[in-house]
Design a protein around this ligand. Structure first.
Ligand code: PLP
Length: 396
């Protein structure tokens, strides 16, 4: 009989500091976006080395704001990866734009610069307004080449922007800087299972003043001044203008208070996740039935993805997942490639196993293992044992 122990997929690290910060906001008389959110923005901007940061209510909201400010609209298109959460691509659809999928690299989960260039070369009408790379699991894409491609194919009338989906990659950091500051705009997520959380929430960063100004106004109904400004500025508080029909994407102070405390712990979280990932790497090094995740410079180690080598196993990936579940592991899968979903199949039939072979292969072979900061030894050992024993028991 195999050993069973319940190991959740993720456990948020919330301490007394977060609880006290929320209570302080509740007592302050100001619950929505105000002083605390602005402080959180300043601290986050300083942390990642960006000129501006805007707190939003999700990465998804932030992505729509970022694309809108970068000129993604009807008649335009974005190039992104199918190997991401669906909101990355759906944001372009909401804006009436087209989506062009570039495949991922064969041996990582990163968007392929060669595949991007192939699309750009064919884009003779200059529809592409933005390239949207995703740093899957926290491992960075080739941002240098992506930046070069955006510049190379930009024209005087159509400047191609780079918007990083940094939902997995805080605080991934390379010599060139933090993930999310390597393109024109970075979009972070503070969803409950991300590397730091506010329950729901996100942040957009940019060093471009005009992109920032547009996102700030569209974040709150297209208003020329936000509520905090209207109540604290000596100018008449009722007076504002609407510059465009905007969204409602601001982050309230209650959530920003959690974010400020989580930010202080982010480096400690990262160190802990990295240590656990290294234990997994070491334990799995001799397993020929799986490939450990790619680990480039400055990985945040948000997730730990294994890729099964099908010719070494007698069971399928789904069966392997079921065996792990039977042992009590909370497992997940990143990602079901977007073009495989019903709506996307109907509207983008040109994308399939032939046009996106690497994304298809990754979808069929990966499993995401439990991982969270300060994960206890018993849980780490149980994950390792479960994977190795399942692989050995069903070895080809
Ligand atoms: C979680 C996630 C999102 C969406 O983030 P929300 O804050 O839930 O909107 C977007 N992209 C990727 C890659 C994600 O993992």
């Amino acid at each position: 009989m195999e050993e069973k122990m319940n190991v959740p997929f993720f456990r948020p690290s919330i301490g007394d500091e977060e609880k006290k910060a929320v209570l302080d906001v509740m007592d302050s008389g100001w619950l929505t976006t105000g002083k605390v959110a602005h402080e959180f923005e300043n601290e986050f901007a300083r942390y990642v080395g960006s000129k501006h940061a805007l707190a939003v209510n999700s990465n998804t909201s932030g992505m729509i704001l970022a694309m809108e400010a970068c000129g993604v609209t009807r008649g335009k298109a974005v190039i992104t990866t199918p190997y991401t959460f669906v909101s990355t691509a759906a944001s372009a659809i909401h804006l009436g734009a087209d989506v062009m999928f570039a495949d991922i690299e064969p041996d990582s989960y990163s968007i392929s610069p060669d595949s991007i260039e192939e699309i750009l070369r064919a884009d003779t009408e200059h529809k592409v307004a933005a390239i949207v790379p995703v740093h899957v699991a926290g491992n960075l894409c080739d941002m240098k080449r992506i930046r070069q491609l955006a510049d190379k194919y930009s024209t005087a009338e159509n400047r191609i922007r780079v918007i990083e989906d940094a939902a997995h990659s805080f605080p991934s950091k390379t010599e060139a800087g933090f993930a999310g500051t390597l393109g024109d705009v970075g979009v972070f997520s503070f969803y409950a299972t991300k590397t730091m959380t506010t329950g729901e929430g996100g942040m957009v960063t940019t060093s471009d003043d005009s992109i920032c100004a547009r996102m700030a106004q569209m974040r709150l109904h297209g208003m020329s001044r936000d509520a905090w400004d209207r109540y604290t500025n000596p100018k008449a508080s009722w007076e504002y203008d609407i510059i465009a029909p905007g969204y409602k994407s601001n982050m309230p102070d209650i959530l920003a208070a959690i974010g400020r405390e989580q930010l202080k712990k982010a480096e400690s979280f990262r160190k802990s996740r990295t240590e656990i990932a290294m234990r997994f790497n070491e334990a799995f090094a001799k397993c020929d039935f799986l490939t450990v995740p790619p680990d480039g410079e400055g990985n945040s180690w948000h997730l730990y993805l294994i890729r099964l080598n099908e010719d070494k196993l007698t069971i399928t990936r789904n069966e392997f997942m079921e065996k792990l579940r039977e042992r009590g592991l909370g497992i997940s899968m990143h990602f079901i490639a977007i073009h495989r979903f019903t709506w996307w199949k109907e509207h983008f039939p040109q994308y399939n196993a032939e046009t996106l072979p690497n994304a298809e292969k990754a979808t069929a072979r990966t499993i995401t293992l439990p991982l969270w900061p300060y994960m206890d030894d018993a849980s780490v050992s149980h994950v390792i044992r479960s994977v190795i024993e399942t692989g050995n028991a069903h070895h080809a």
